[in-house]
Design a protein around this ligand. Structure first.
Ligand SMILES: [Zn+2]
Length: 311
């Protein structure tokens, strides 16, 4: 104990901790380096206002912007057996799961919800890249099956937003089993004659690309999204050749017939409304007629005690 530890160090710490506060309010764009105010960035759905770079977005924020008035109800997903392989690398799998849950505030890497989008009833599922890289384990498989079953039961289209580093290696073969399981779930929708629309977001890779993410009736991607099975670095090392510019990016895939559209996030809702209404045989949406996202308050049926019969 001396003057340095008692006086100087606390002073230095207080100066540095004070500096951290404004940093939380600003996010630096990975692409152009512009400092973006957090409010401005979230209002623009995490798309850089300077260069239109699409950053990650949580399923909850996406659904708030997708559904009318930001209102949706979550679909319950059966929770699978935790850690069936007792997997351990540098950390135990349950520890990694708990850390991801704490970080994101979510149970797992996929959120399923029902709601209305431009007065069009839909079921939507969104993968959370911030939860263990959105990896597809048994829970994600269960979530897709729950989403497909709900869509079939309610006769609604299913919209899926994919984002994943691939299969969840901590669940070994059981994670790979989600590829055929989710493929069967998609088939259920096709047999029921219901549209399945996939929105591929950055990045969608590995076993996810090799199953449900590429089976949509309509395949849309966000600009600049990396969509691949094996990544460009692995391919480059294997074939020992320089890959072309923009290889495996959304625009490249569109040019090569792998996608139907590349749509900016800020226009995605309108486009999804148009496509789902068209495929469900509903009249087209008229501009200005449909409620805006996360703005309108829910219309509640008012109780009228006067009209109620008295007994
Ligand atoms: Zn930018």
């Amino acid at each position: 104990m001396n003057w340095i530890t008692n006086y100087v160090r606390p002073r230095i710490n207080s100066i540095f901790s004070r500096r951290e506060i404004p940093e939380n309010l600003w996010t630096k764009c990975d692409e152009c380096g512009t400092m973006l105010f957090h409010r401005e960035l979230s209002d623009n759905l995490n798309v850089c206002t300077n260069c239109s770079h699409h950053m990650g977005i949580t399923p909850r924020a996406r659904f708030a912007a997708l559904f009318d008035g930001g209102i949706f109800s979550e679909v319950d997903v059966p929770v699978p057996t935790p850690d069936p392989l007792h997997f351990r690398d540098q950390k135990k799998y349950p520890d990694r799961l708990r850390a991801a849950q704490k970080l994101t505030g979510e149970k797992e890497a996929m959120l399923v919800a029902t709601g209305e989008m431009g007065r069009t009833p839909v079921v939507a599922a969104a993968q959370d890249f911030s939860f263990m890289a959105g990896s597809m384990g048994m829970y994600v498989g269960n979530a897709i099956i729950a989403a497909a079953e709900t869509a079939v039961k309610l006769k609604r289209p299913l919209i899926l937003f994919s984002a994943a580093g691939g299969a969840r290696m901590q669940e070994g073969i059981l994670s790979l089993m989600q590829m055929p399981r989710t493929t069967v779930a998609v088939q259920m929708l096709k047999e029921a004659g219901l549209p399945y629309i996939v929105v591929l977001t950055h990045p969608t890779t590995g076993g996810v690309t090799a199953s449900y993410a590429m089976l949509g009736d309509v395949q849309i991607a966000e600009p600049g999204a990396l969509i691949c099975f094996a990544g460009p670095r692995v391919i480059e090392q294997t074939i020992r050749e320089k890959l072309p510019e923009g290889f495996q990016r959304a625009e490249y895939l569109l040019d090569h017939g792998m996608l139907d559209r590349v749509t900016p996030r800020t226009q995605m809702r309108d486009e999804l409304i148009t496509i789902t209404r068209m495929l469900m045989g509903l009249p087209p949406a008229i501009k200005g007629d449909l409620p805006a996202p996360a703005a309108a308050e829910p219309v509640k049926a008012e109780a009228k005690p006067k009209d109620a019969p008295k007994k």
